[in-house]
Design a protein around this ligand. Structure first.
Ligand code: DAK
Length: 259
């Protein structure tokens, strides 16, 4: 991958979008690198949680690449939007949990990338926004859909219609991020969170992600059935047997094996 650094640390991995000359803006090459990131993470059974961040101290991702988009035709724009939407959906549906560690500007496609992750935490220097209507376009990588689902529809509409950015404290207030840290504490906090997740039984964690994501798409009667099936699927796994045996034997469970 030309524009993404991937570092494995035990059972977690940290992917850093690394295109500093354009504040990590998403051009077609970065989108293709994200395709490769998804494939790499999916193929590696050792990775139990993924952190996504941006390189440098200024930006997570400052949006889709405006230079590349500026000359697109209608067909080209649709194709670019589809590439972004497909890869963001692939990130959203990765079996393992994902954490966006937002270290600065998360504008347009950057805000959308963070919203394709399961959990967002940010630095106190972070800035979020969907500036697209100010550029003559709509959000194109899922912003109209994910922002309206994550915060209230009214707040999403205000942010998108006004194209106004918000700072970290406001992002926290509206529930867009789970926590705000001083910049230097962001990555340690993100990695600690990922490690905490990675210590739990991976089969169960993945089942929880699927249950929450799939269940949110259907009515409660169907959602509960989704949970029932995923709950059942955990039984007779080595980790379920060990976890429950350890409780009954009043001892700490052995490290979970993802089996
Ligand atoms: N694209 C390309 N280059 C960018 C960029 C971007 N989004 N953001 C920053 N850069 C580049 C700048 O051009 C500059 O390059 P040089 O001039 O040095 O060559 C370099 O990064 C540093 O940026 P600045 O000099 O501007 O740095 P400042 O600190 O002064 O300002 C800023 C930082 C983040 C406030 C500013 O760079 C900024 O406003 N950037 C643009 C933010 C933005 O509007 N982002 C949203 C992009 S729109 C769709 C598909 C996708 C999308 C929509 C539709 N369909 C197909 C339907 C997605 C849209 C977006 O994401």
């Amino acid at each position: 991958m030309t524009n993404i650094l991937l570092e494995k640390k035990g059972y977690i991995a940290v992917a850093t979008i690394n295109r500093p000359k354009a504040l990590n803006a998403l051009n077609s090459e970065v989108l293709s690198d994200l395709d490769e990131l998804v494939a790499t993470v999916k193929a590696d059974d050792e990775i139990r949680a993924l952190v996504i961040t941006g390189s440098g101290e200024k930006a997570f991702v400052a949006g889709a690449d405006i230079g590349e988009m500026s000359t697109l035709t209608k067909e080209g724009g649709t194709a670019f939007g589809k590439h972004g939407n497909d890869v963001f959906r692939a990130i959203e549906t990765l079996p393992i949990p994902t954490i966006a560690a937002v270290n600065g500007f998360a504008l347009g496609g950057g805000c959308e990338l963070s919203m394709a992750c399961d959990i967002r935490i940010c630095a106190d220097t972070a800035v979020f926004g969907q500036p697209e209507t100010g550029l003559g376009i709509t959000p194109g990588f899922g912003g109209t859909q994910r922002l309206a689902r994550l915060v209230s529809p009214g707040m999403a509409k205000q942010l998108i219609y006004t194209a106004k950015n918000i700072k970290a404290d406001e992002a926290y207030r509206i529930g867009l991020v789970n926590a705000v840290y001083p910049l230097e504490e962001l990555m340690p906090a993100a990695e600690k969170l990922a490690e905490t997740i990675a210590k739990n039984a991976p089969i169960a964690v993945r089942a929880c992600k699927k249950a929450i994501n799939d269940g949110l798409q259907v009515d409660m009667d169907k959602a509960i059935v989704i949970e029932e099936k995923l709950f059942g699927s955990c039984f007779q796994s080595a980790d379920q047997i060990e976890g429950m045996s350890a409780f009954l034997e009043k001892r700490k469970h052995e490290p979970y094996q993802n089996k």
